[in-house]
Each structure stands twice: as C-alpha cells, then as structure tokens.
Design a protein around this ligand. Structure first.
Ligand code: PDD
Length: 287
C-alpha cells in the first residue's frame, strides 16, 4: 500500500506528493519541522510539539499554515489513513513558493507557507534493540549556527555527524562547544553522576526538547535529583551513566563515549528507569 502524504490541504499517494523546485524549503532551508511519535496509534505530547512549532514559526516571522485544531486533525487523519500503529509523524512548514529564487523573504500576503506531513512506520519502536544494549557515541565540534532552539531543517551538519559516528563504528555523535557538550545530533544529552542527572540548561545553544521537558518532570516527580547546567565531555567520560532523549528514540542509554566505556558498559539503572517511566506515562496521556 502506498503511503498517504499530506501536502497543502490534500491527502495524496506518496508518488503524487510534490512541492515546487522554487519552494524556499528546498532552495534556502527556509523551513521548520517537528517529529511527533505515535504509539498504539496515539500521538505522544502533541501539545508540546504544536507549541514548539508555533514558537519556531514566530521566531522566523513565518506564518502558521493552519490553526491548532486543524493541525491535530491532520495528524489524526494521517495515522488513520496509513494504519499507523507505532512510528512517527514528520511535519514541515516552509516559507512557501514565491515562484523564483530570491534571498529576500516573499510577501506573506501572496506567498503562503507550504505544509507537508508524512508518517514513518516503526513497528515495536518502544522495544528498539539499541535501548537494551545502549548507544556508542563519538564527540565532534559543534559548528552549527547560533539559534539551535529553532527547529529548522538545516540538518546537513547533524547528518555529517551521524556519518562520522558510523564510520567510527558508533551510533551517534555529541556536539562540543568550548569543551562543553551542547546536545546530540538529533537528541538532548545527559550524564548521571552520584545519582544526580545533569543536562545542559535551556538557551539558544540547544533545541528545547519536548521529550527532555517530560523526562525531567518525571524524574523530579520520582524524587530524582536533576541539575540543569553545562557539562564537559571530560566530565561525561567519567560519568556513571549517560543517555539521550528524543521523540524518535525516547530515552536512549549511552554506554561508550569516544571509546571510553561508562560503568560496566551496560545501560545504567537511571536511564533504564527513566525510559520505563517515560513510556508508561506518555502512553497514559497519548491522544
Ligand atoms: N530530533 N536536539 C536536536 C538537535 C534534535 O534534532 C532533537 C529532535 C532533539 C530532541 O527533541 P524532542 O525531544 O522534541 O524530539 C534535541 C528529531 C527527533 C529529529 O530530527 O528526527
């Protein structure tokens, strides 16, 4: 069965889902995105993703293509039309197609934003094998732009980071600025030392992860100690455990950093517990 994709008001077979070569998303990476996970056919934290999308759009002076209720309706309709059980919904909004290439933003009165959404099926994603073994990561310099809090589609460098990790026989990369870890290529980064969960505080330096917000809330509710501050890569290599969070991988234990094994080389107890709590609590409030 062909996947059904949403493009500017239409639900189309993926072969027919197209945008213009003049679209600013294609020419300028002038676009923002969201990834919302789906478990048992229900959306995890739709409200959080919708709120962050609204913020990304407003930071870039981009129009919202549809209202909140319609956005939720499109997500639900795509889940239904694609019989999606476990997986993700990818959403992208671009500044639209002005009909030519120009650095100057087009007039929003005449150029409407482009809205595209599609599903990605990942059966059994809550039991991903890597969550049992833990991820091996490398560290690389963070040379991205200074507004990483805006979820833009400028993903070439994160993509190169994943390729560098792969080449080194690892799973992912953490990004380093002035010796401090900012975040992972597509996730937020954490270490655990002496029972304390440490993760970088929110600023323009990192994406304000929706999973991060939920996991920190659950950790505090479970009386775990959380410290929001930058940590160095050297500190990370001496941590008891480490993990990452994202909508696509939930809480993912990290067992190796730049060839240094953390603890006994197995996912740590706090990362494992947080993954369980996150999945349990998120399923309860999924819509
Ligand atoms: N990535 N940091 C970066 C740079 C990210 O790209 C992501 C998400 C996160 C975690 O945010 P959240 O918990 O809201 O997913 C942090 C998505 C999943 C992606 O690009 O596929």
């Amino acid at each position: 069965m062909s996947r059904i994709v949403y493009v500017n008001g239409d639900y189309l077979p993926e072969e027919e889902a197209k945008v213009s070569v003049f679209d600013r998303g294609f020419l300028m990476a002038d676009a923002v995105y969201e990834v919302t996970s789906v478990l048992d056919g229900k959306l995890l934290d739709f409200e959080g993703h919708a709120a962050r999308l609204a913020r990304s759009l407003s930071e870039l002076d981009m129009q919202a293509p549809v209202g909140h209720e319609e956005l939720l309706e499109i997500h639900r309709e795509l889940v239904k039309r694609n019989d999606l059980v476990d997986g993700m919904i990818y959403l992208q909004v671009t500044r639209g197609n002005p009909g030519d290439r120009d650095f100057v933003f087009p007039d929003p009165e005449t150029t409407r934003p482009t809205l595209v959404l599609f599903t990605q099926s990942k059966p059994g994603m809550a039991d991903a094998p890597m969550s049992k073994t833990g991820a091996k990561i490398i560290s690389i310099e963070d040379i991205r732009w200074g507004r990483r809090d805006i979820k833009t589609v400028q993903l070439l460098y994160p993509s190169m980071g994943k390729m560098a990790a792969k080449k080194a026989g690892c799973d992912d990369a953490w990004l380093i600025e002035d010796g401090f870890v900012t975040e992972g290529t597509s996730n937020n980064a954490y270490i655990v030392k002496g029972g304390r969960i440490i993760t970088r505080d929110l600023s323009h330096d990192i994406l304000h992860g929706i999973t991060r917000a939920a996991v920190l809330r659950f950790a505090r509710e479970a009386q775990m100690e959380v410290v929001e501050r930058p940590f160095t890569i050297a500190e990370a290599k001496e941590a008891d455990e480490a993990f990452t969070t994202s909508a696509s991988a939930f809480v993912m234990p990290v067992v190796e950093i730049d060839g240094v094994t953390l603890g006994d080389g197995k996912p740590g107890p706090i990362a494992k517990r947080l993954r369980e709590i996150y999945l349990e609590e998120s399923r309860k409030t999924a819509t």
